[in-house]
Design a protein around this ligand. Structure first.
Ligand code: ATP
Ligand code: MG
Length: 387
């Protein structure tokens, strides 16, 4: 993770001790330390010379308008992250501080909030330094109820994009029963949990050590082998890992497991499109309907939901129109049922034969999701999705 430098001006004794203790456990360096804000000019002098990335300032004893303090700090150091530290969580004071231009407002206990704020900043800085372009698009695959085919589709879509000479990340966030490594024949030593547990030192070289190459052109970060003894990552950690990784790839494909789990919901904030995989079975359709409603209720735009009907029979008993009316969103794609083909595929320890009907459908799905067209149809730019 980017090695932030920190300037500290904290007069309140308790706040000072808490800030010091929190910073001691983090890989950042305190370069300016002041305990007396009455001598503001000497603090500013040092800020100007050392220009830390983050300034932590105690506003509990600050009597003048906060704009003055914030303005003076920004004048002295360019564009640091300003974190206001206070003894209370009074809503009006928080609002005033944010309006005055501070980036974060924290109060005791400082530790977790301070760590989170700094990790976020370090990641933003790290991304800029690593030259990530931030242009990547991401898809979260999850199944309406268990076994609808989310993992199968996520792995094959990622493989197709990899063949199209795209930089692809396939991330397994199904922490309970991740199968991405199995399907892609990836021998992973590390897992997504290593990223979560080392957020404070996550940079591109650390990340590259975590991912494996199971399929050409695709970097894979697996789910842990066993989760039994491990604690579940929190929402913020999941979001931070995805936010860090995404800009380094053209496409990020995430397996979010079954239904809308807590982790899935957290990840949803970082994915561009939610690929909900369902079958025509009544329980799956029922679940799909509930999930779509939950997504819409939580402000996830309808246009970002990609409903995929997997294992669809050749003849439907219900029309597409009826299905769409029932579920409230259009059907984005239909993938046929071909159990024997997949059975053979997995029994032989490989991925789908691209010439098979199901293989062709996977190609089509990847094309449709990514907007990358087949060369032969378009006759223009070569993307080589048919490789
Ligand atoms: N289009 C298909 N035709 C036939 N079988 C399929 C198809 N897609 C997936 N399957 C099979 O369905 C089973 C479940 O698939 P998969 O593991 O991809 O589902 P999932 O939604 O990820 O399940 P889970 O909820 O366990 O994560 C597997 O045996 C897989 O081979
Ligand atoms: Mg799965």
């Amino acid at each position: 993770m980017y090695p932030l430098t920190i300037g500290l001006a904290i007069e309140n004794r308790d706040l000072f001790e808490q800030a010091r203790a929190s910073l001691a456990g983090l890989p950042f360096r305190t370069t300016v330390e002041h305990r007396d804000l009455s001598d503001l000019s000497s603090f500013m002098d040092r800020l100007e010379r050392i220009r830390p990335d983050v300034v932590l300032v105690d506003i509990s004893t600050w009597a003048q308008p906060l704009e003055v303090l914030v303005g003076t700090i920004r004048n002295a150091t360019g564009d640091p992250m300003i974190i206001a530290v206070n003894t209370s969580a009074d809503a009006d004071t928080i609002l005033t501080a944010l309006r005055a231009g501070v980036n974060e407002y924290i109060y005791p206990p400082l530790q977790d909030n301070l760590r989170r704020a700094l990790e976020k900043r370090a990641m933003d800085r790290g991304r800029r330094r690593d030259g990530a372009t931030g242009g990547g698009k991401s898809f979260g695959f999850f199944s309406a109820k268990g076994g609808c085919g989310a993992t199968t589709l996520a792995c094959h879509v990622a493989a197709e994009l990899g063949r199209a000479k795209q930089k692809v990340l396939l991330a397994d966030l199904d922490l309970d029963a991740g199968m991405v490594a199995f399907i892609t024949k990836t021998k992973a030593v590390y897992s997504i949990l290593d990223a979560v547990n080392n957020l404070h030192r996550l940079d591109i070289s650390y990340w590259k050590a975590l991912v494996s190459n199971g399929i050409p052109g695709v970097e894979i970060v697996s789910s842990p082998m066993t989760l039994a003894s491990k604690t579940q990552p929190n929402d913020e950690q999941i979001r931070n890992v995805l936010a860090f990784a995404k800009p380094h790839y053209d496409w990020t494909v995430v397996d979010l497991g079954r239904s809308l789990s807590r982790i899935g919901m957290a990840a949803m904030e970082e994915v561009d499109e939610a690929c909900l995989v369902t079958t025509l079975e009544v329980p799956a359709l029922h679940q799909a309907k509930q999930i779509i409603q939950t997504l819409l209720d939580s402000g996830f735009g309808k246009a970002r939901i990609r409903l995929i009907l997997n294992r669809s029979p050749k003849r439907l008993d219900i029309t597409v129109g009826e299905l769409e009316k029932m579920l409230g969103v259009p059907i984005f794609a239909m993938v046929p049922n071909d159990y024997p083909e997949l059975y053979e595929t997995y029994a032989e320890g490989r991925m789908l034969n691209r010439a098979s009907e199901l293989g062709k459908q996977m190609t089509r799905l990847a094309q449709k999701l990514s907007g990358i067209e087949e060369e032969k149809q378009q006759g223009k730019k070569r993307f080589g999705l048919f490789g």
